[in-house]
Ligand binder design. Sequence first.
Ligand code: ADP
Length: 417
Amino acid sequence: MFYLGIDFGTSGARAIVIDQQENILVEVDANFSSKVSPKLAQNWQETLYDLLLQIPLEIRQEIEAIAINGTSATVLLCDAEGNPIDEPIWYDDKRGVDILDNLKKVVPVNHLVCTATSSLAKLFWWYKTPLFKHAKYFLHQADWLTFLLHGKLGISDYHNALKLGYDVKNLCYPDWLKQLPFDSILPEVLPPGTPIKTVTTEIVKRFHFKPNCLVYTGTTDSIAAFLASGVQQPGEAVTSLGSTLVLKLLSQTRIDDYSSGIYSHRLGNLWLTGGASNTGGAVLNHFFNNEQLEILSNQIDVNTESKLDYYPLLKPGERFPINNPNLVPKLEPKPDNNIIFLQGLLESIAKIEALGYEKLQALGATSVTKIYTAGGGAKNETWRKIRERYLKVPVIVSQYTEAAYGTALLAKRSHVR
Ligand code: ADP
């Protein structure tokens, strides 16, 4: 019995099949052409089918459950048959800025969706266009791709629907949202990992899945990456050391501080809290390439402290853990010795990470007990030791970090529950 997780990003997609023991059996990739290409949704569909065909037939035939994750707030407007009536709008598309004032009139003050890039801002923008009269379904990237497998329109999950304004505490659309003129095209929202339907007969014929292979509601890419780490207990966290520094902490309590970019996703009866800082690997790469990072890091004496106190940023401005749009980068004094300079950078980022977890806990999140690490900086053992000193909890490198693996786990654990 096997389980399939599919991750759709901004330029590529990956599928991972796991077995009953949650080991990876197959991992396949496919790229789709540029972010701005016409017929984008069609490209996604072809990429999805390409991924499915790359999975060896004998494995495909044993798949019991499938789930898909997509980029959060990448959305589509579809007709009654599920055909997109316009190009999808990407997660980072800021056209919603044109209608932000209108949006603010109907949305509660300081709500998470009051940004130009929220799913609701995009829907609002579409509502003002002539083609809106043909719209029957508003879906997220993952919802639509999942629909291609099970054939039932108008289904989403509460991770994808958070930035649409769905109330994840009370599990309903809030009244202010239901009163808006596009209520009828909003998707039904289910918990991530809810069985929707078996794969369609066309999909069975085309890819030779078993007819009773079940398709589940999915999640977003960043939550899928979190799930991949295997974190299950409140107090466990995942830090992503990519080009930016992203913290995620599983908590018994929900915390929100939208001005600092802190919000909580629901995860069953727990909350996935977190925030993102502008510091991180992009600043390291401003001074050193990856090879230098590795060589210099190996020469750092982790038993000493550099006493350098930086706030590494590429340009002014920070939201979390310090909310100050004008925060000035601090990268002085710069010692002549590059080993000491890098030590100062790594220590300073570790201090910002520690401050981030302190901030989440100060807002009421469960105390941190253990931190898993993902992203390009995770392989740096020197940094792991430095971070452990400031974070004062065990810092562990995640065995799995791929979003597709997290989504395969979601499918498997939902299926065998
Ligand atoms: P993203 O997906 O956010 O672009 P990745 O997770 O691929 O980023 O990580 C890339 C980052 O990892 C780069 O910004 C780089 O600075 C950092 N990185 C790569 N190698 C090392 C290393 N040995 N030590 C610390 N950071 C590293």
